[in-house]
Every structure is written in C-alpha cells, then in structure tokens.
Design a protein around this ligand. Structure first.
Ligand SMILES: Cc1cc2nc3c(=O)[nH]c(=O)nc-3n(C[C@H](O)[C@H](O)[C@H](O)COP(=O)(O)OP(=O)(O)OC[C@H]3O[C@@H](n4cnc5c(N)ncnc54)[C@H](O)[C@@H]3O)c2cc1C
Length: 386
C-alpha cells in the first residue's frame, strides 16, 4: 500500500503524527469500514492504532463537502489514549465549535497518511454478509472486500444497520428540519461583525423557532478579526409539507437533505421575511446572506434509538448506530467514543471466535449510553416536531 497525502495541513499537529507512528503495532487482523465521513474516518484511525489493516469504503467522491458547525466536547470522559488522540485531531483537545469540513479534512489527512489504511472513494457498498471465518461487502463495482470484522459507519440510512437490526432498520423523521450554513464574516457589514470578546455561542429565540449561532475560526484556523466565520443552525418545524412534496421525507423516513438549488424561490423569500423579524445581529445578516446566495442546506432531522449494535462480526457506529437530534450536540462526540471503545476491545485479538466476542464487549459498553443520548433529545423533538 502506498503512503498518500493530500497536501499541506495547516491544522495538523506534528505530535499527533508521532503518536500514531509510535503506537502502530504488528498487524492484528483486518477490518472493513463502510463510510468515510467523521465516524468512519475516526473508526479507521482507531482500528489502525489497534494494529489492524483497515479498508474504508465511501460511496461518494473525495471532493470536499460542506457541513454544519459541530460542538466538540473537551473530553473529560475520554478513557483511552486513542480517544484523546482522536479528539486532538478533531479540535485540539479543547471544547470548541468546529466546521464539519475542518474536522473531516484533518481526519482524512491522517487516514491517508497511514500505511495501514486503504481509503477508497466512489465505492458504494450494496450488500454485507458474514460466515464463521470473515465478514464481507459487495460493492456497486462488483468487488468483494473481506475482513475479520466489518463496521458500518454509513450514517442515518445505513445499510449495515439493516443487516444488524433487520427488525428496526430505519431512523424516524422527528417532524422538523434545520437550515444550516457557514458565512465568512467579511460577507456581512463591518458594523455587525462580532467583537473579539463576543460569546462564541448564541441561542436567540425566534417566534416559535430558534437558532444556534457559533463564531468559528476561518479556513486557515485563524480567530483574528476579519478571518472568522459565522455558523448558524435554524430549527424550523413549518416545512414538513415541502419536505414531503420534494421527496426529502417519505412517510416517516428521511430520504435526503434539501439542497440549496432545490429550495423553491418562494421558500427563500419567506425565510428572509421571517429572519428579519426573528434574529438579532450578526445572525440576521448571516442568515440573509446565506439565503440571498443560496448558501444553505435544509437537513430534515431523524432519530434512532438502537436495540442492538452488533451481529456476529459486524457492528455499527456513529449515526448508523444512534441518531440523536443535533440539539443534543452529541452525535459526533458519541461517534468518537464508539471508535475508541471498538479499538480498546479488538486490540486483544480478533482471530476466530474472538472477533464476535470483542464486538459483543463493544456493544455491552456502549449500548446503554447511546440509547440515553438519543432519548435525552426525544423530549425536545416531541414538543417541537410536528
Ligand atoms: C446540523 C447538524 C449539527 C450537528 N451538531 C453536532 C454537534 O454540535 N456536536 C456533535 O457531537 N454532533 C453534531 N451533529 C452530529 C454529527 O454531525 C454526526 O453525528 C457525526 O458527524 C457522525 O456522522 P457519521 O459519520 O456517523 O455519519 P455521516 O456523516 O452520515 O456519514 C456516513 C457516510 O457513509 C457514506 N455511506 C452511506 N452509505 C454508504 C454505502 N452504502 N457505501 C459506502 N458509503 C456509504 C456516506 O456517503 C457518508 O459519507 C450534528 C449534525 C447535524 C446534521
């Protein structure tokens, strides 16, 4: 396997590279990970640190994607070195708000520099299966990949979940969406840009709606005046008919997000009118700029409380395993714990029957916690969702 790199990473801390290099152990079996978003990349990195050869398969291309702002915990509950290393990669080990794309870039750079990780884009997994000796996937290119274990990090519409939990295959629409965007502070008038000591998080109340605003570093990592970005997430429970009409939601299952180009002009006009009477500065200018430039995405929220995380040699992690409302600010943080916990149990070996035993220990450790995380957000969803 060749060592790959995607160029200079302004964020990457040299000491993390050293930690990884030093912690690499003799090969300890192999893993297939489905999905190369935050959860899949963290799982791949964690399993490689546990000595495994890892193949990560991602259905979309390597082109950078955008996403929301995530609140990353400071890691008081991190029990293992792997958890600390993953958090260091995600946020520098401090409680902070980070752009999804910045976290993804740092994790991806780390995975691509790791000789034990084979990261393949444009590869959609179509089926998963297992027998006593291995687990495998078959892709849309008719390729088969085998591993001692197989981990589904394939998000809210996970096909690995369908295999692991056929009795409960789908996440359920929570009855509202979140409009999300990230705006350069230079794109709003100077007089409305936040001062350097402005709170990093704001939560202004709207008329029935509410908004989470975060001030985050610029793409180059700088928090200097003029370099920062404003991330906002607007919780809106009035778009359900639109979501159904455009096929984003069918019955009680979310099919896809509402992309900027598909948002009807009239919806944008109404959003701008609502923003004008709801949000204070700088969030008013930030939302209006996103609406005007169609730089926003509507994400229908769904939730999933798992009964099971594992079947034999196959397990699920991240949003595939547990899907809380983003209001809990816990999906990413829980995914990090999933990855670190898996690594902790597989490091002892996964030959033969040991594979299923290791995954079963992962499930015992994580299931109660992740159920509680999702359930904690459901009381909000029940009152806000329609
Ligand atoms: C608006 C918003 C705000 C949020 N805020 C926070 C926060 O503040 N704090 C926090 O902790 N969490 C937050 N979250 C949650 C967090 O973003 C996720 O929990 C986290 O990113 C983990 O996602 P994931 O990698 O499991 O799933 P996804 O990001 O959905 O990734 C799944 C990946 O699998 C790929 N895939 C799917 N099917 C296949 C297939 N068949 N074959 C191959 N690949 C496949 C997809 O293309 C995708 O890349 C927020 C989420 C949203 C939507």
């Amino acid at each position: 396997m060749t060592k790959k790199n995607i160029g200079k990473d302004n964020f990457l801390n040299e000491s993390i590279h050293d930690t990884f290099t030093n912690s690499n152990q003799e090969a300890n079996g192999s893993a297939i990970v489905v999905g190369a978003s935050l959860s899949g990349l963290m799982t791949g990195i964690a399993l490689s640190r546990a000595g495994m050869n890892v193949t990560i398969l991602e259905r979309v291309g390597a082109k950078p994607r955008s996403g929301a702002v995530l609140q990353v915990d400071s890691g008081e509950i991190d029990r293992t070195k792997t958890a600390k290393v993953l958090r260091e990669l995600a946020s520098g080990g401090i409680r902070s708000a980070e752009a999804w794309a910045s976290i993804q870039y740092r994790l991806r750079t780390e995975a691509q520099a790791d000789p034990k990780i084979d990261l393949r884009y444009d590869t959609r997994v179509q089926t998963v299966n297992q027998d006593n000796d291995s687990a495998w996937v078959v892709t849309d290119k008719d390729e088969t990949f085998h591993g001692d274990i197989l981990i589904g990090a394939d998000g809210h519409r996970s096909i690995v979940r369908r295999y692991v939990a056929p009795h409960k295959p789908n996440a359920t629409f929570a009855g509202y969406l979140i409009w999300v965007a990230i705006v350069d502070e230079n794109d709003i008038p100077k007089e409305h840009r936040p001062s350097l000591d402005a709170p990093k998080f704001s939560m202004p109340d709207g008329i029935g709606d509410f908004l989470l605003g975060s001030i985050i570093a610029g793409e180059n990592g700088s928090h200097a005046l003029g370099a920062r970005r404003l991330g906002w997430a607007w919780y809106d429970n009035t778009q359900n008919d639109l979501l159904r009409r455009l096929g984003c939601v069918e019955r009680n299952v979310v099919r896809h997000s509402l992309n900027a180009l598909d948002i009807p002009e009239q919806t944008l006009v109404e959003l701008a009118e609502k923003a004008s009477v709801r949000w204070p500065q700088p969030w008013l200018d930030a939302t209006l700029h996103s609406i005007k430039t169609r730089n926003l995405i509507g994400t229908p929220v769904s939730e999933y409380v798992p009964d099971t995380l594992v079947k034999g040699r196959i397990a699920i992690v991240g949003d595939a395993a547990h899907l809380p409302t983003p209001l809990t600010a816990s999906g990413f943080n829980a995914s990090l714990q999933d990855a670190a916990t898996l690594a902790e149990y597989v490091v002892k070996g996964i030959q033969g029957a040991a594979a299923a035993k290791a995954l079963s220990k992962y499930e015992s450790r994580r299931l109660k916690d992740v159920r509680q995380i999702v359930q904690a957000g459901q009381s909000f969803s029940r009152s806000f969702g329609r």
